[in-house]
Design a protein around this ligand. Structure first.
Ligand code: UTP
Length: 292
């Protein structure tokens, strides 16, 4: 069955980015020259997704405006003959069909995904977390969709991590079934190196069967009162097979301030117009007190 829908959870508080996220959504933070969430939307669209459900909350209306038409701006750009920019702006509002769904309280990622149940219906669907930017020849979610087509099951994206990564991400216990495909047996959230089953971490891309909704409803909140998607996937493992896929390409973590700064620099360095001036800046060994 072709997967046509994607869910992008964007209703969190973004506390690790405060004060930047006090009155602006984390998902709208700029990376090089577009907001974080646009990377996920473009990845979904490039993977054949037609309809995107964004989970939002109070204070997130900038996301809706960003993917809407902008008549005054378009008129202004047309008058000024800035046709390149005009085309870019128009393209954004035509990327996909958008649906915005409220999560009234930030009760965790699992809960946010559950809010999309009526949007998704009884079809398999994909989930993209906007904090992760994937830069891959074949879009990351497209790689997962291919595995989903083969096994007709839930697929989560995996990446090998070091000991630091074992403190930061969910880690899976699995059986390898081919070079990049793993059958997941168990998973644990941020175990640290001593308790980790492996060095295979779960990142922010998933293709779920609709059964996940039932599992989320049976998932108890954690010690912080949040319903975690990892716990719901553990319940799903008792009912259905779940596969992990070691994706091909690069991934940039934009989840906290340091990772975000690093990701922004690495992605800017990949752009021909910024590569030389930025490299020069680093060769000069940036002095932050320098006004020149
Ligand atoms: P994060 O945990 O990275 O985002 O969730 P956060 O909670 O906003 O950030 P911190 O930890 O406080 O700094 C990953 C994605 O899931 C969404 C977030 O908006 C983010 O895009 N999310 C998280 C929800 O939609 N609802 C939630 O209850 C929690």
């Amino acid at each position: 069955m072709k997967v046509c829908k994607a869910v992008i959870p964007a209703a969190g508080f973004g506390t690790r980015f405060l004060p930047a996220t006090k009155a602006q959504p984390k998902e709208m933070l700029n990376v090089v020259d577009k907001p974080l969430i646009q990377y996920s939307v473009e990845e979904a669209v490039d993977s054949g997704i037609e309809s995107i459900g964004v989970i939002t909350s109070r204070g997130k209306s900038a996301i809706e405006d960003h993917f809407d038409i902008s008549p005054e701006l378009e008129h202004f750009l047309e008058e000024k003959k800035k046709l390149d920019l005009l085309e870019q702006i128009r393209r954004i509002s035509n990327l996909a069909e958008f649906c915005y769904i409220r999560q009234k309280q930030a009760l965790g990622l699992g809960h946010a995904i559950l809010m999309a149940e009526s949007f998704v219906g009884s079809e398999p669907f994909s989930v993209l977390l906007p904090d992760d930017i994937f830069d891959c020849e074949v879009p990351c979610i497209k790689q997962l969709l291919k595995i989903h087509q083969k096994y007709n099951a839930t697929v989560i994206v995996l990446m090998r991590v070091d000991e630091e990564g074992m403190k930061k991400y969910g880690i899976v216990k699995s059986k390898q079934i081919s070079e990049r495909v793993f059958k997941v047996e168990d998973m644990v959230e941020k175990p640290g190196p001593r308790k980790a089953f492996s060095n295979l971490a779960i990142l922010g891309r998933y293709v779920f069967t609709p059964k996940i909704f039932e599992m989320i409803k049976h998932t108890s909140p954690d010690h912080r009162g949040e319903i975690q998607i990892t716990d719901a996937i553990r319940l799903l493992l008792e009912e259905e097979p779940v596969y992990g896929y070691l994706f091909e390409g690069n991934r940039y973590d934009c989840g906290d301030k340091l990772d975000y700064i690093q990701a922004s620099l690495k992605l800017a360095l990949k752009r021909p117009e910024f590569k030389e001036p930025l490299s020069e800046l680093f060769i000069k060994n940036v002095d932050t007190n320098d006004n020149s």
